[in-house]
Ligand binder design. Structure first.
Ligand code: UDP
Length: 459
């Protein structure tokens, strides 16, 4: 992973969208580029936590270009926020590039989050090469691409939809934005489809996945755009291979976390005895769902560690934390990779955000998939049916996953025969993930090729 380190004058700017699930993989990718001898500046478009961000990384530069974009203002529509984001981020980025142009290290390449397609035009305008970085799975990208091209439409005419190199998908397996039910869905659908507005421009496209994980669909995407390349999983190498030293920090956390409490608590628990529960940085549960989940965890035979973000805490049943303190720990944020890598964790109840899914696969942890929205539904389908590393919860007719179902899924994975099989499958994916990013693996080779070309073109 750290092979062939060259010292280069090549300078790359990396621009993620301002969300935890976008910053984490692009930050890790930046560190990998830096480990190959490239100078990298990660451009953060907004932050309320800039102090800790600066403190947390050593191998790359971090620049904050606007303090005003942290979150959508009250009453601001998603479209208005995205437009404000585009304007302020373009201005900030242009000023930053001009500053670097006057220095000894002008930037040559802009790697941008694929949901910010305007960055390609900006890069071209300023004389840089633009390279989009897809933070979702390749299967999800392919589905959006088919939809963008009008290959299928919703509502679906049949109960399933068939696409090349993909299992048959039911409506519930498609990314939720495709089934537009509200103006918010429609704004988000436009955002994800905009990723393809300049799909045929530029040379390279980078995807946070690995070839063996999405073999068929990756080949299909490559038939559309040959220089689409897998570079994932972007999990730091030390989590994939304990022998490797690495910069331990996974991301620039947008939330306050207490790593020590979590790890100290996990240290007191037996091997594989804890269910880790998290719904990522954005998804929120309704009150009824929160209550069912809480009682499901309480009824199960396993310990649990549950991430309930500060804003969600008021939905917990009264006295839940006190009543379950022997059995469980509720935290408002944790270092997820540290937790997933801990030997006490036996399974991960997850919303199936793409980073969480990849992290669990890469660390060999079986999953209970409880998708909420966006691409999570598709990731859950793959977790259960394609990679066979988890079960997907069943909801009732009102869309609520009841306590009995939660208890059942936990016992299936933690105690049942199927759970053993899933653990074996998860261990196999862990090996394949490590193989992909280790020296000579598919993702490492792609990164080497990418870097070699950058060095060549900037000589
Ligand atoms: N994460 C974390 N601590 C937590 C919960 C999540 O560090 O308590 C990280 C997790 O490791 C992942 C990211 O936040 O890298 C969430 O990204 P994902 O794509 O899974 O979900 P999203 O937040 O985008 O819905």
């Amino acid at each position: 992973m750290e092979s062939g380190k060259r010292v280069s004058e090549t300078h790359i700017m990396v621009l993620p969208f301002h969300a935890q699930g976008h910053i984490n993989p692009m930050l890790q990718f930046s560190k990998r580029l830096a480990s190959k001898g490239i100078k990298v500046t990660l451009v953060i478009a907004a932050t309320s936590n800039s102090q800790s961000m600066h403190a947390q990384t050593s191998s790359i530069n971090i620049e904050i270009i606007s303090e005003e974009l942290d979150r959508r203002q009250q009453e601001e529509s998603i479209e208005d926020y995205l437009e404000r984001f585009r304007i302020l981020a373009s201005q900030g980025l242009t000023a930053l590039l001009e500053k670097h142009n006057r220095s000894n290290h002008p930037a040559k390449i802009l790697i941008y989050d694929s949901v910010l397609p305007w960055a390609q035009d900006l890069a071209e305008h300023l004389g840089l090469d633009g390279v989009p970085f897809f933070t979702q799975s390749c299967a999800v990208s392919a589905i959006y691409y088919h939809f963008y091209q009008g290959v299928f439409n919703t509502p679906l005419e049949e109960s399933t939809v068939s696409m090349p190199s993909m299992p048959l998908l039911r409506v519930d397996d498609l990314p939720s934005f495709i089934n537009v039910k509200s103006p918010v869905d429609s704004a988000l659908l436009n955002l994800v489809l905009s990723q393809f507005s300049n799909f045929k421009k530029g040379k390279w496209i980078l995807c946070n996945t690995f070839d063996k994980l999405e073999d068929q669909v990756m080949k299909w995407m490559a038939s559309q755009r040959p220089l689409i390349k897998t570079i994932g999983p972007t999990v730091p190498s030390m989590y994939l291979d304990k022998r490797l030293e690495d910069d331990k920090d996974y991301g620039l956390s947008l939330f306050q976390q207490n790593v020590d409490t979590c790890i100290t608590w996990l240290d007191t628990k037996g091997i594989g005895s804890v269910v880790y529960v998290s719904f990522g940085s954005l998804a929120s549960l309704g009150e009824e769902q929160m209550e069912e989940l809480a009682w499901g965890l309480k009824r199960s035979n396993s310990h649990f560690m549950w991430v309930v973000r500060e804003l969600e805490k008021k939905k917990l049943p009264d006295n839940f934390i006190e009543e379950t303190s022997e059995k469980g720990l509720v935290v408002s944020w944790c270092c997820q990779l540290e937790v997933l890598a801990h030997k006490a964790v036996g399974c991960f109840m997850t919303h199936c955000g793409w980073n969480s899914t990849l992290e669990a696969l890469s660390l060999g942890v079986p999953m209970i998939a409880m998708p909420r929205f966006s691409d999570q539904t598709t990731n859950a389908k793959f977790v259960e049916d394609v990679w066979q590393v988890g079960v997907r919860v069943k909801a009732d007719e009102k869309g609520i996953v009841k306590r009995e179902e939660i208890e059942l899924c936990i016992s299936e994975i933690m105690e049942g025969e199927r759970g053993h099989e899933m653990k074996r499958n998860a261990a196999r994916w862990k090996e394949l993930a490590k193989e992909a990013v280790n020296e000579g693996g598919s993702s490492d080779k792609n990164l080497e090729e990418f870097v070699a070309e950058l060095l060549c073109s900037s000589d």
